[in-house]
Design a protein around this ligand. Structure first.
Ligand code: HEC
Ligand code: HEC
Ligand code: HEC
Ligand code: HEC
Length: 216
C-alpha cells in the first residue's frame, strides 16, 4: 500500500515538472494572441522566432535567427577583483549569448528570422526590443559572461565552486561551448521555462541562484 502511495506521489512530481516548462504564454511566446507584450499580429507559431526544422542560419540548435556580430559588444572587464579569465575582451563567434542578443541587443528586429512562418511576413519583423529587457550592446554593467568558468574557478578556487557542483545546482547543462565550460546568459536563464521568473534556472530565493557558483 505504502509503495503505491509513494509511486503515485512520484508520478505527480514527474507530471508537475514536465508541465513546468512554460514557454507557451510566457514573454518568450511571440505568437499571435499569446498575451505577451511583444507579439506578432499574424504568426501563430511559437518556436519559429528562434528555431526552424530545415535550412537554419546555424545548425545547432536549428537556429532561425541571424545573430549580431560577436565584436559589436563591450563586455564587463573593469573590475580589479576579477580573474584574468573573466576579463574577456569579446564574445567568441559561437557564443550562445549571441542567441539572446539577437533580440536583447535593442538593435535587431524581433522578427528577423531566416525562415518566416508559412503564414507569411511578420509584423514584428523590423521592431527592436525597447524597455528594461533591452540589455543593449554595452554589457559592462551586466554580470560577466562569455568566458571559461573552469579557468575562472581555478584562478579563484575558494570564491567559486567547482564546475560540477555549480552545474548540478543549476540543473545541468549550464555551461556551453565545445568544452562545456563557458558561462553565458543561459547559465543563469532558461529560455523556454518561466517557472522561476524571469526565466531563471533555479529560484533566487535566499540568492540560491548566485550561491550556485559563488562561495559567499
Ligand atoms: C526566444 C527564443 C526561443 C524560442 C521561442 C524557442 N527556443 Fe528552443 N532554444 C533557444 C535557445 C537560445 C536554445 C539554446 C540554449 C539553451 O538550450 O538554453 C534553445 C535550445 C533548444 C533545444 C535544444 C536544447 C534543449 O533544451 O533541449 C530544443 C530541443 C529546443 N530549443 C526546442 C524548442 C521548441 C520545441 C520551441 C517551441 C515550443 C522552442 N525551442 C522555442 C531559444 C528559443
Ligand atoms: C526572439 C527574440 C528573443 C530571443 C532570441 C530571446 N529573448 Fe528574452 N525576451 C524577448 C522578449 C520579446 C521579451 C519580453 C520583453 C518585455 O516584455 O518587455 C523577453 C524577456 C526576457 C526576460 C525577462 C522576462 C521577465 O519576466 O521580465 C529574460 C530574463 C530573457 N528574456 C532572457 C533571455 C535569454 C537569456 C535569452 C537567450 C538564452 C533570450 N532571452 C532570448 C525576446 C527574446
Ligand atoms: C549571473 C546570472 C545571470 C546572467 C549571467 C545573466 N542574467 Fe539576466 N538576470 C539574472 C537575474 C537574477 C535577473 C532578475 C534580476 C532582478 O529581478 O532584479 C535577470 C534579469 C534579466 C532580464 C530582465 C531585466 C528587466 O529588468 O526586466 C533580462 C532581459 C535578462 N536578465 C537577460 C539576460 C541576458 C541577455 C544575459 C546575457 C547577456 C543575461 N541576462 C545574463 C541573472 C543573470
Ligand atoms: C553560473 C555561475 C554564476 C552564477 C549563477 C552567478 N555568478 Fe557571479 N560570477 C561568476 C563568475 C565565474 C564570475 C567571475 C569571477 C571572477 O573572475 O572572480 C562572476 C562575477 C561576479 C561579480 C563581479 C565580481 C568582481 O570582482 O567584479 C559579481 C558582483 C557577481 N558575480 C555577483 C553575482 C550575483 C549577485 C549573482 C546572482 C544574481 C551571481 N553572481 C550569479 C559566476 C556566477
Amino acid at each position: 500500500m505504502k509503495r503505491t502511495v509513494l509511486l503515485t506521489a512520484a508520478l505527480v512530481v514527474l507530471a508537475t515538472s514536465a508541465s513546468a516548462l512554460t514557454i507557451k504564454n510566457s514573454k518568450h511566446d511571440l505568437s499571435l494572441n499569446s498575451g505577451a507584450s511583444w507579439n506578432s499580429t499574424n504568426t501563430n507559431e511559437i518556436c519559429v522566432f528562434c528555431h526552424t526544422p530545415h535550412n537554419p542560419a546555424q545548425n545547432v540548435p536549428l537556429w532561425n535567427r541571424t545573430n549580431p556580430a560577436a565584436g559589436s559588444f563591450t563586455l564587463y572587464k573593469t573590475s580589479a577583483t576579477l580573474t584574468t579569465a573573466a576579463k574577456t575582451s569579446a564574445f567568441a563567434a559561437d557564443s550562445i549569448s549571441l542567441f539572446c542578443m539577437s533580440c536583447h541587443d535593442g538593435v535587431t528586429g524581433l522578427g528577423a528570422m531566416t525562415n518566416t512562418s508559412p503564414v507569411g511576413d511578420d509584423s514584428l519583423k523590423m521592431t527592436p526590443l525597447t524597455g528594461p529587457a533591452n540589455i543593449g550592446i554595452d554589457l559592462q554593467n551586466d554580470h560577466p559572461v562569455g568566458f571559461s568558468y573552469d579557468a575562472a574557478q581555478s584562478d579563484d578556487s575558494t570564491g567559486l565552486f567547482v564546475k560540477a557542483t555549480a552545474n548540478a545546482a543549476l540543473g545541468g547543462n549550464a555551461f556551453f561551448g565545445a568544452g562545456a565550460n563557458m558561462i553565458e546568459c543561459a547559465s543563469c536563464h532558461k529560455v523556454h521555462d518561466n517557472a522561476n521568473a524571469p526565466f531563471l534556472r533555479t529560484t533566487n530565493k535566499d540568492s540560491a541562484l548566485c550561491l550556485a557558483c559563488h562561495n559567499k
